[in-house]
Design a protein around this ligand. Structure first.
Ligand SMILES: Nc1ncnc2c1ncn2[C@@H]1O[C@H](COP(=O)(O)OP(=O)(O)OP(=O)(O)O)[C@@H](O)[C@H]1O
Ligand SMILES: [Mg+2]
Length: 294
């Protein structure tokens, strides 16, 4: 069975998509792992665009064709039987993608048909949270890792990601805001874990849920002075380490990743000293990722 890892944060623009994309590529290309990437970012679909630029032309203005994650939530809203089939696009030999769907922004438990039966309502809330997990039930045996990129918002989609994930990691910029954002993420993981345990008791259902772990913040766009982090960033790094886990490896800010993003390539394929440095950082980060999220 695959290890499922959610890339989540409350803050936008902190490097979630960049981290998820490069770790996916490094796992496939350098570590020989089979990887499924799920793009649950309903605003940008950035990782879908990295793999298939055409896929996000007109993103948000037209609904994607085929069966997406959105359709799986919609089955619950229309009280149809939920099915696991979903479109999975092969990206290269090692990586497959479940692409983004902007309609995921409309996912909400408020749309579930409600009854005056508390047990039925709780069952339905549980099915909502289990949607991604249900979809993966037939798929995950084909992969070593499932990585999920997300939109920076505490939402019912995020709760479904936390439910299915064995681990969640949180990319951060090492600034004063990051410790606040990480605390929110840790709080939401514990909300989901507690909700599941409460629903499980109240429904008396056997459920194979295991508590999701917060497995660490990841320093992205870090700035160095000499060989180490700038003092203010080192202070923030230390603060994060005191309040939870943080990866030892980090990725520095620089042009290599900017060029990679503009060319829709991984930084591993970009020339130049800065790209070489960032590529090495991502390979080291990926090795640590495999230890932290085995
Ligand atoms: N280390 C880096 N150096 C330079 N640019 C970077 C670095 N990491 C990320 N970027 C750039 O910063 C921008 C934001 O990164 P990214 O899209 O990965 O963040 P995000 O958290 O996924 O954002 P959103 O919340 O909007 O989905 C992108 O343009 C990306 O190419
Ligand atoms: Mg993103």
């Amino acid at each position: 069975m695959a290890t499922v890892v959610g890339f989540i944060s409350e803050k936008g623009g902190v490097g979630k998509t960049t981290a998820c994309y490069h770790i996916a590529i490094a796992l496939g290309r350098y570590e020989g792992k089979r990887v499924l990437v799920i793009d649950a970012d309903y605003q940008r679909g950035g990782i879908s665009g990295r793999f298939f630029p055409k896929l996000i032309e007109g993103f948000g203005s037209e609904a994607p064709t085929g069966t997406t994650l959105f359709n799986k939530f919609q089955q619950l809203y229309s009280a149809s039987p939920q099915t696991t089939e979903i479109d999975v696009l092969p990206c290269n030999g090692q990586i497959d993608l479940i692409p983004a769907d902007p309609r995921l922004s409309t996912v909400s438990v408020d749309k579930l048909p409600s009854t005056n039966n508390i047990r039925a309502n709780n069952m339905s809330l549980l099915s909502h949270m289990k949607t991604i997990s249900f979809v993966l039930s037939g798929l995950s045996k084909n992969y070593d890792y499932v990585l999920i990129d997300s939109h920076p918002e505490v939402s019912d989609v995020m709760r479904s990601i936390i439910y299915v994930a064995d681990h969640c990691v949180s990319p951060v910029k090492l600034d004063r805001q990051s410790s606040i954002g990480v605390a929110t993420v840790i709080g939401e993981i514990s909300n989901v874990n507690n909700d599941i345990s409460m629903i499980r008791r109240s429904l008396d259902v056997e459920d194979d849920y295991r508590n999701t772990q917060f497995s660490g913040s990841m320093g992205m766009m870090a700035r160095e002075y000499g060989e180490g982090l700038k003092q203010s960033e080192q202070l923030e790094y230390n603060r994060l380490r005191r309040s939870g886990k943080i990866f030892t490896n980090y990725v520095t800010e620089g042009d290599g990743l900017r060029i990679a993003a503009a060319n829709r390539q991984p930084v591993f394929d970009v020339q130049g000293a800065n790209a070489v440095k960032q590529a090495a950082q991502f390979r080291a980060l990926t090795k640590e990722f495999m230890q932290v999220c085995p």
